[in-house]
Design a protein around this ligand. Structure first.
Ligand code: GLU
Length: 473
């Protein structure tokens, strides 16, 4: 009995910019399908366009994939390094008569297109060198190599997402495989690489659907195996218009810097175009177990930033406190606004760990978590935010001044401090809030914080009293 071969998938980004969230979703779907089936997930950097490819973009893509946890199998394949192989295939097709040399000059082609335009015809290469034998006039003249594509009948892309998509061959002209300087075109490189890498499934953005028809013609000429295609509908903004910067961040990196967790991004991007009943929270392990091509949606997905925030809040709460502390320290030390607040990491660590269970209940991002925890990052009196400043009226400061002696004599633990504050409030005909609010504002510089008496205990007697005395009058 022969074993069914395992799927081989790939993500094939062009390194011309950041890893876009659309690209990240494509990578995720390929990765999930490979992990679901026990197949392979390969990464090919399509750097054939030398003028647009940059090393920074390659680094951003690899960094973004790594951060997202989308590990690839084997080494990264760089397309440009395979140019000789691409040329070899074009030359073989030429030798077999499946491709031909086209000596049409740029001027000639411009004139051809202008005539077509004037006549109201679609502009495409008219096959003028398809059956023409080069004569002495062409000796030493530059030429491109074109595919001798079928002109009749149709090419059908059997797409696992979109269904059968038909193209009239008469609409597809003979595409260029090698440019006049001998460099391979992108279309040639993609098909040769997919064939050589043994790619069985091509899952990519729907913007490549038209390319698929041409690529199928080339695959046929090469006698290569036809992969399974799945073209993913685009991602739109919340208003249904094409996703753009004005909707929100586009680069995966930006989401990392705002404090979204990789697990959130995997869950969120999965739901942008794939569904499993009504499930919204889908862990990566579940996603691997459940992922299939059948449940990919046919229509464009819409970004929903509120949903993204809610998911992130969920995954933050799910993360163990000690893990979150490490994540937060790492996050804050990279954040321009936060890093200068930091005391020595060990001291902050202890404080963060003590407050994390409460802090994490409120935060939607690591950034918010860090902002909520900022009062733990510093020593000495806290600057007051606007609300805390408003709360600390002369009366409130006077209450604070009278409260402190009651606290000073107390055992410095959460329950004992709370009992002392209550006793003081009762003895003076005050509500607990009238005593606790000024304490909170003085201690944290804010009107909201994790449980006050726990925070007093966490910061310790000396540090707490230093902060509170600054506002006691
Ligand atoms: N390099 C192409 C892109 O970044 C993808 C090509 C493909 O997946 O076939 O859009």
């Amino acid at each position: 009995m022969s074993e069914i071969p395992k799927p081989v998938l790939r993500f094939a980004p062009s390194p011309t910019g950041m890893l876009h969230i659309g690209g990240a979703r494509t990578a995720l779907f390929n990765w999930l399908y490979a992990r679901h089936t026990g197949g392979k997930f390969l990464l090919r950097i399509e750097d054939t366009d030398r003028s647009r490819s940059t090393p920074e973009a390659v680094a951003a893509i690899l960094g973004g994939m790594t951060w997202m946890g989308l590990n690839w199998d084997g080494d990264v394949i760089y397309q440009f390094a395979r140019a000789a192989r691409h040329r070899e295939v074009a030359e073989k097709l030429l030798a077999e008569g499946k491709a031909y040399r086209c000596y049409a000059t740029a001027d000639e082609l411009t004139a051809m297109r202008e005539e077509q335009k004037a006549a109201g015809k679609p502009m495409r290469y008219d096959g003028r060198w398809r059956d023409r034998v080069p004569g002495p006039g062409q000796d030493g003249q530059p030429f491109v190599v074109r595919l001798r594509a079928a002109q009749e009948g149709e090419t059908i892309v059997h797409d696992r997402v979109l269904g059968d998509v038909r193209f009239e061959n008469s609409q597809l002209d003979d595409m260029v495989l090698l440019r006049s300087d001998g460099t391979p075109t992108y279309m040639l490189a993609v098909v040769v690489d997919d064939a050589d890498m043994g790619i069985t499934h091509v899952i990519r953005g729907a913007d490549h659907l038209n390319n698929a028809a041409r690529q199928l013609q080339l695959i046929a000429a090469m006698d290569a195996a036809v992969p399974v295609y799945g073209h993913l509908p685009l991602i739109n903004g919340p208003d249904g218009a094409k996703l753009s910067k004005r909707h929100g961040a586009l680069a995966v990196e930006a989401y990392r810097d705002m404090g979204y967790l990789p697990e959130t991004m995997r869950n969120y991007l999965l739901r942008l175009g794939w569904s499993h009943g009504d499930d919204e929270i889908i862990s990566t392990a579940q996603a691997i177990a459940w992922f299939n091509l059948e449940a990919i949606g046919k229509s464009a997905a819409r970004m929903d930033y509120k949903k993204l925030d809610n998911l992130n809040g969920h995954y933050i709460r799910e993360t163990a406190d000690d893990v979150l502390v490490e994540m937060l320290i790492d996050f804050s030390s990279h954040d321009d606004e936060l890093r200068h607040f930091f005391l020595s990491a060990p001291k902050v660590k202890g404080r963060l760990l003590g407050a994390m269970a409460s802090l994490k209940e409120r935060a939607k991002t690591l950034k918010e978590l860090a902002q909520g925890a900022e009062f733990l990052f510093t020593d000495g009196p806290r600057p007051l935010d606007a609300a805390a400043d408003k709360l600390l009226t002369a009366d409130a400061r006077a209450v604070l001044a009278r409260t402190l002696p009651a606290l000073e004599v107390t055992d410095w633990s959460g329950p004992a401090l709370e009992a002392a504050a209550r006793a003081f409030a009762d003895a003076n005909g005050l509500k607990l809030g009238q005593v606790a609010q000024p304490l909170r504002a003085g201690l944290t510089g804010k009107t909201q914080s994790p449980p006050l008496f726990e925070m007093l205990a966490l910061l310790g007697r000396e540090e707490s009293l230093t902060r509170l005395r600054a506002y006691a009058a």
